[in-house]
Design a protein around this ligand. Sequence first.
Ligand code: SF4
Length: 308
Amino acid sequence: MAYDMQGASDGSSIYLGMPFDLDPDAPERRDQDFEAPQRRTMGAGTTGLAVTDVDHKDRLNMMRTGQLGSVHSWELVTAVDGPGTRMTVFMAGCPLRCLYCHNPDTFKMKDGEPVTADTLIKKLKRYRPVFKATGGGVTLSGGEVLMQPRFAATILKGAHDLGIHTCIDTSGYLGANCTDEMLQNIDLVLLDVKSGIPETYKATTGRELQPTIDFGDRLAAAGIEVWARFVLVPGLTDAYDNVEAVADIIARWPDNVSRVEVLPFHQMGRDKWESLGYKYQLEDTEPPEPELVERVRDQFRARGFYVK
Ligand code: SF4
C-alpha cells in the first residue's frame, strides 16, 4: 500500500492535503475557503459503507462474483496515490509482512468490513465532478488489492464505465490474479518494488521477489503506466547494491514507468504493531538522513527516471 500515509483506522492522521471540502456528503460545502489539511477516514476500523443485512451464504456468493469485498476504509486524498484528488479504498488482506508496514491492521481480510461494489461505485459517481476538476480518480490500495481480484475488477470496470481514472496500488506479488480483462480497466499502477536483491526482498516482506518482476513485465507489455515505488529503510533496503538492483528491475520497463518514488521510512505505524500484539522489528530504526535519500534518488535519476 501507499507508504506516504498512515492507515485510516486509528484517527492519527497525517497530512494528506485536500485543500477544499470536496465531500458531497459533507453537511456543508465550502468551495472557497482553504481548510487545514485533512483526510477522510471512516475511523475505528469501519468503512461507513458496510452491509449488515446479508446472510453468510449470500455474502460468500457475492464475494465469489465480485459484488462484495472486504474493505478496511476509504479516504479522499490529494497529491498521493496517483494524480489529482482521489478516493483511495483500502482493501483488507495482504500476503506480505513488510517489516515497515504501517498498516498491520490490514493484514487479515476477515478484519475488514463487507462492502458491496454497488455502494462503492455509487460513491465514486458522486465524486465524479471532483475527479474531473482535479484530474483524479479512484485508487484501490490495501492491504493488497489483488487479494480480492473479482471485487477489484468490478469496481475498476464500474469506475471506467463512468469515465473515472483508475489506479491500483500493489506489491505485484499476486499479479497472477489480475486478468487481462482487468488490466484493460486500469489506467495506472503504483508498483512497489520493495527490494532488488531477492534475499533482501524476502527479509523485508517474507515473500519472493519474482512475481513482482513478472507483473511489471506484463504491465510493460500491456503499455500500462506505472509509478514505481521503493521504501527506503536504513539498515534494511538502503544498501547501494540493493538500490541498484531495484533500478535494474525498473529499467526493464523504460516506456511505461513515468516516475519513481523513493519513500523514506517513518515510524508512524509502530504503535499499531504493538496494539495488535505483533512483534515490530524496526523499533530502533531511524528515518533515513536527507543525504541518504538523495543518494538513492540519484541512483534512480542516473537511469534516466523522473524521481520524486
Ligand atoms: S505488508 Fe507490505 S504490502 Fe502488505 S499492506 Fe503492509 S506494506 Fe503493504
